[in-house]
Write a protein that binds this ligand. Structure first.
Ligand SMILES: Nc1ncnc2c1ncn2[C@@H]1O[C@H](COP(=O)(O)OP(=O)(O)O)[C@@H](O)[C@H]1O
Ligand SMILES: O=P(O)(O)OC[C@H](O)CO
Length: 626
């Protein structure tokens, strides 16, 4: 780089997101000079399922590179001035292929997909499951790659056969792209640590695969896993094997949320960004030691430059822009996402509607698996505009909940929130966000910060930028600041309504139903509660305590609700002895503090929504008659 004019130095960035793929070419000032974007096929085979065709992901990348380079050259630049390429990608999305042929063995299961719920439920019953989060930073959920892989092993014969033959390769989208873009015969099989930290296979502290984790999921020594490498490296990721940039090296790789943090230059502990894309993800830089959340957040690798990891606390929201897309594609409210802002502005407020957009359950900080999307407060008065507003507000409310959790985990309050991503283009959304969190929201002028982050990762590897200080002036100035316009108290009232809606959305999905739905493809082996390749693991459900002498009859749900939807449940134990009360209480997950317990009557204090959910579980466990 030493003798080159700045004007001759460019870096390419592949941004493979959930709904679209982009390729951008940045100059050394971090400005995009050419770009191309394509949307690719979203496959929804069953409710809750979401797939991508892995080969289409690759071809979308190749098409974007070719088009953007064509545009670049049309502006008079030379492709030889593009010195390296970075990759950023949707995380957790799971790809499996045959290590010998390089051919995918199934569609990629997308991060939003909830089909592995029954497997998650089984795994949670294992006594050592509580040890996972401290090692990998993630709670057991359908979100991470691990349970998606287990689902494929249990349900897709081709995957199981490759597993048995020892030729099964697993990767997240970064690994898959690097592998294919290098050409299969080159066999570049790597993953950067930000992506690996989303699989549940990597130890967050060592940045290596962890034997306990691999054992837990039953894949130790049985599967080809990509080598974990730093996010910025001049040779680990290989070279583009074909197309307009054939021979150009891939030098950087970051999961998209990490990439956005880098693109926002969130390099100091205490800095945070929130990216409103398909989902919405708030990453808070916690420095060089991971912080394991006790308030529903994830611990993740923020970036790993020079082999030194920096960590983040993450609040993940499954539905953000995809809620807008839902209004567009499913409800045909408008033709283009950009119109949602005006539609929402066509009404003064949400008209009493609260939309819990739990299409994939609710992620952070709630982690409610058994919720589905629910709109509360609909009346004859409700218009499209109210629902549009409620859709935008849903992401803002969840962001508020995440910030509250982050404050508890980190002990520090944020003073400003940096934002980016497609949905951040909606001024109304950003104003609503500032109002709800009572701090300013800063939106930079150039919002392709995710792609910029990958370009920075690549550029740092080859000396386009030599250090963070050289990045200081990139994308500075010209942004918009949204100041809170309502009082903290007004925000609190709105938020309380949201929290009430969240509680009321619980319990819609029953576990058995999830498993049944998973079986709806009759060509696949039936799910029997035990993932096929994991025969050596004990997945059996815990046995309920003996109930032979006991029939628990919830005789009366007293509906004189107290404040905050707390009501009293009168539970009558008609047979058996009182010693069973604590075990029953523990199964239904409530405190054994009993108001008034005697042989005949048992009062449990619960929230109404929890009661309904617990009753369903009790019925499943055959503890009584309901
Ligand atoms: N002006 C806008 N207002 C609200 N939402 C928008 C707007 N523009 C794009 N979106 C939403 O943002 C999402 C795309 O954002 P993007 O950052 O490209 O996401 P991804 O990387 O996940 O594909 C889409 O779901 C779209 O509905
Ligand atoms: O496609 P996005 O931008 O919503 O990001 C997807 C995330 O990486 C999923 O964890």
């Amino acid at each position: 780089m030493a003798n080159m004019q700045d004007s001759e130095i460019f870096v390419g960035s592949i941004d493979q997101g959930t709904t679209s793929t982009r390729f951008l070419i940045f100059n050394r000032d971090g400005e995009p000079v050419a770009s191309h974007q394509v949307e690719f096929t979203q496959i929804y085979p069953h409710p809750g399922w979401h797939e991508h065709n892995p080969l289409e992901l690759v071809s979308s990348v190749e098409a974007c590179i070719d088009h953007a380079v064509h545009d670049f050259e049309a502006q008079g630049y030379s492709r030889s001035s593009i010195h390296c390429v970075g990759i950023t990608n949707q995380r957790e999305t799971t790809v499996v292929w045959d290590h010998e042929t390089g051919e995918p063995l199934h569609n990629a299961i997308v991060w939003t997909d909830t089909r592995s719920q029954a497997i998650v439920n089984e795994l949670k019953q294992r006594s050592n499951s509580s040890e996972l989060q401290a090692i990998c930073g993630l709670p057991l959920s359908t979100y991470s790659s691990a349970t998606k892989l287990l689902w494929m092993l249990a349900h897709v014969p081709k995957v199981k056969e490759a597993f048995d033959r020892g030729t099964l390769a697993f990767g997240t989208v970064d690994s898959w792209l690097v592998y294919r873009l290098n050409g299969v015969s080159a066999n570049y099989f790597v993953s950067d640590s930000t992506n690996a930290s989303r699989t549940m296979f990597m130890n967050l502290h060592t940045l290596r695969y962890d034997d306990f984790l691999l054992d837990f999921f039953g894949i130790k020594g049985k599967i080809h896993l990509p080598t974990i490498v730093p996010s910025s490296d001049s040779s680990a990721y290989g070279w583009l094997a074909s197309g307009a940039l054939e021979g150009v090296a891939i030098m950087g790789c970051l999961g998209d949320q990490s990439s956005a943090l880098v693109g926002q230059k969130g390099f100091s502990p205490g800095m945070a960004k929130n990216t409103y894309g398909t989902g919405c993800f708030l990453l808070y830089n916690v420095g060089d030691k991971p912080v394991i959340s006790t308030h529903g957040l994830l611990a993740t690798v923020a970036y790993n430059f020079g082999g030194k990891a920096v960590y983040a606390l993450e609040g993940s929201i499954a539905v953000a822009g995809s809620g807008v897309k839902f209004l567009q594609n499913n409800l045909t409210f408008f033709q283009d996402s950009r119109e949602v802002n005006d539609l929402a502005l066509s009404v003064e407020n949400n008209g009493g509607c609260v939309f819990v957009t739990a299409f994939s359950g609710l992620f952070a900080p709630y982690w409610i698996d058994d919720a589905k999307g629910t709109i509360f407060g609909i009346t004859q008065y409700t218009q499209k505009g109210h629902i549009a507003r409620a859709t935008l507000e849903a992401t803002c409310f969840q962001t508020k909940a995440i910030l509250d959790a982050m404050e508890k985990d980190s002990g520090k309050a944020l003073s400003e929130l940096a934002v980016d991503g497609g949905m951040s283009n909606s001024d109304l959304t950003m104003q609503t966000q500032a109002d709800l969190i009572s701090i300013p929201v800063y939106r930079p002028k150039m919002r392709e910060t995710t792609a910029l982050g990958a370009a920075i990762a690549a550029g740092l590897a080859i000396g386009v930028w030599r250090n963070f200080a050289e990045l200081r002036d990139i994308n500075r100035g010209g942004g918009a600041v949204f100041e809170p316009q309502i009082t903290r108290e007004e925000g609190t009232v709105k938020f309380a309504e949201w929290e009430k809606a969240v509680q009321m959305s619980r319990g819609w999905i029953e576990t058995e139903k999830t498993a049944e739905t998973s079986n709806s493809n009759s060509s696949e082996p039936k799910f029997n509660g035990t993932p096929i390749p994991l025969a050596d693991c004990n997945f059996s459900s815990p046995k309920p305590p003996s109930t032979q002498n006991t029939s628990l009859l919830i005789s009366d749900i007293v509906s004189e609700a107290c404040a905050n939807t707390t009501i009293k449940v009168k539970a009558q134990k008609t047979k058996g002895n009182l010693e069973l009360a604590p075990s029953i209480a523990s199964i239904i997950g409530v405190s054994t503090d009993l108001d008034d317990a005697d042989e005949e009557d048992l009062f449990l204090e619960l929230r109404k929504v929890e009661i309904l959910q617990k009753l369903k579980r009790l019925r499943k466990l055959k503890l009584g008659y309901f």
